[in-house]
Design a protein around this ligand. Structure first.
Ligand code: CA
Length: 239
């Protein structure tokens, strides 16, 4: 089945570059050139992935991202922010608002396609009734946190916590491997599937987000420990 990608981008030459290359790779492409229309198209069509430019007429990319994450239909759709090099601060903010990743312009088409493929593969894995379904049904519990791999639900002391897909996967990976240190590169590879291409700050920002949502404050009761310069660890009971 051909996957749908929505491009929300106002620059005609980038629109065409993306359309040409994505269609060549078998994707069905829809283009919107402003934030308001883009948001509407995303809600109407629920694409498999959204490429979202940061600087847009109407609503900017950050606002579009925030609103997409607030809607049930688009809460889990992978969003890649397209940013210029000079927009360093904004791309971090984009991740804060729920984008899965960012692509810096000018970008390599080869790398972009590889990242899109990886993101699609992940969402395939999550929605399929593959033989490892039993594995996904498992409920992981640790320190008052309950993770339901089938319903994609997280509860802390029986209270539901809303996480984005990447945040969910990250927490699940840490809890499944509780007590062990997981490196940033490992997490980037396993959760984002990039191998050598990603930026490990993506992991840091997502971890920060998970901590905020779990109220995992610094101090003795902290659940997710930072191993400076290495990665993260979910501290198990009784440590
Ligand atoms: Ca723009």
């Amino acid at each position: 089945m051909n996957r749908k990608i929505l491009i929300i981008e106002d620059e005609a030459n980038i629109q065409e570059l993306l359309r040409y290359n994505l269609e060549k790779n078998g994707y069905i492409v829809t283009i919107s050139d402003n934030g308001i229309d883009g948001l509407q198209k995303a809600l109407d069509q629920v694409p498999d992935l959204i490429l979202l430019d940061l600087m847009l007429p109407g609503l900017d990319g950050l606002e579009v991202c925030k609103r997409l994450r607030m809607q049930k239909a688009t809460r889990r759709v992978p969003i890649f922010m397209l940013t210029a090099k000079s927009e360093e601060l904004d791309k971090i903010l984009g991740l804060e608002l729920g984008a899965d990743d960012y692509i810096t312009k000018p970008f390599s088409i080869k790398e972009l396609i590889a990242r899109i493929r990886a993101a699609m593969r992940r969402s395939d894995d999550e929605s399929s009734d593959a033989p490892d379904k039993d594995e996904k049904c498992k409920i992981f519990k640790a320190r008052g946190i309950e993770i339901d791999g089938e319903k994609f639900e997280v509860r802390k002391n029986n209270e539901k916590i809303t996480l984005t897909l990447k945040e969910f996967e990250l927490l699940k990976m840490l809890v499944e491997n509780k007590g062990k240190v997981l490196t940033r590169d490992f997490l980037l590879d396993k959760i984002w599937g990039y191998e050598y291409m990603g930026d490990t700050r993506t992991v840091d920002v997502h971890i920060r987000h998970v901590r905020q949502k779990l109220n995992d404050d610094e101090g003795s009761g902290r659940m997710i420990e930072t191993i400076r310069g290495v990665g993260y660890r979910f501290i198990s009971e009784g440590e």
